[in-house]
Design a protein around this ligand. Structure first.
Ligand code: IPE
Ligand code: IPE
Ligand code: MG
Length: 250
């Protein structure tokens, strides 16, 4: 048993099977607003509390040996929320990227933004570019943060770029399309966790989630504890993935 497992046991009191560890865990962090409203706080306070959890959860997953973690932070549809909330979320994202990048870099984490950057405020765009550039050779873990991200928009963008590149019809296949997605060189998520009780993907990694295992928990994102993440990893380890084929052992 590696020290990773020992750490994990200390943190959570639970052990996940190291054999069936997902390579890529993607998380739809939902429930920030409801968490705040339940406490009589403005929704933005929920987003602030949520940021703390990104730090903790990515640490737990990294210690567990998960190599790719993706966090869904802001969808293409979230622009339709009240301007004050959108500005609040963007401000929090900016702050967190600025304050966390150095620490993540020290820990060997590669940061990747999934989504459009042209609609972001200039300062946020600059911080994102800096974080990606600084950490691009890091290898201990890849942390993808999806914001201004939508699965449909991502696929449309890929199609348009393929056309603009004059790629011929016979060259177009799954491997080629993968190269045109924000997630090129990142394996498909093995496990998608959604907090906050809703049981849907809300436009998240639509192409990449074709064979992802889905795990839903009613816990609001700011209330999420390491033990719930370990529970999700344990549940994943007990799933039988068949990929359309017949039963086989993994
Ligand atoms: C998820 O929390 C974070 C974002 C979508 C930005 P919500 O803000 O959706 O929280 P609920 O679902 O309203 O509780
Ligand atoms: C999904 O949550 C988007 C993010 C977590 C960033 P939403 O709260 O936007 O999803 P819906 O509206 O409940 O489907
Ligand atoms: Mg929500």
């Amino acid at each position: 048993m590696s020290s990773i497992w020992e750490n994990k046991q200390t943190i959570s009191g639970h052990i996940a099977s190291p054999i069936d560890l997902p390579r890529h865990v993607a998380i739809i962090m939902d429930g920030n607003g409801r968490w705040a409203l339940k406490k009589g706080l403005p929704r933005t306070e929920g987003h602030k509390a949520g940021v703390e959890k990104i730090r903790m959860i990515s640490k737990v997953l990294g210690e567990a040996g998960v190599k790719f973690v993706t966090i869904y932070a802001f969808s293409t549809e979230n622009w339709s929320r009240p301007k004050s909330e959108v500005l609040g979320i963007m401000g929090i994202l900016e702050e967190v990227i600025e304050t966390e990048t150095e620490r993540l870099h020290q820990n060997g984490v590669r940061i990747i933004h999934l989504g459009r950057s042209d609609r972001l405020a200039k300062k946020l765009r600059t911080s994102v570019n800096h974080a990606q550039e600084l950490t691009k050779h890091n290898q201990s873990m890849t942390l993808c943060i999806a914001f201004d991200y939508g699965g449909r928009a991502e696929i449309l963008r890929a199609i348009k770029q393929i056309m603009a590149d004059g790629i011929s019809r016979k060259e177009i296949g799954e491997t080629l399309l993968n190269k045109y997605l924000y997630t090129h060189n990142i394996p498909d998520p093995d496990l998608i966790i959604r907090t906050g009780g809703e049981k849907r993907l809300s436009n998240f990694l639509l192409w990449q989630s074709a064979y992802s295992e889905l795990y839903f928990t009613p816990v609001h994102w700011p209330d999420l504890e390491p033990k719930q993440i370990i529970e999700a990893l344990n549940e994943f380890a007990s799933r039988r993935r068949r990929f359309g084929s017949l039963e086989k052992d993994f």
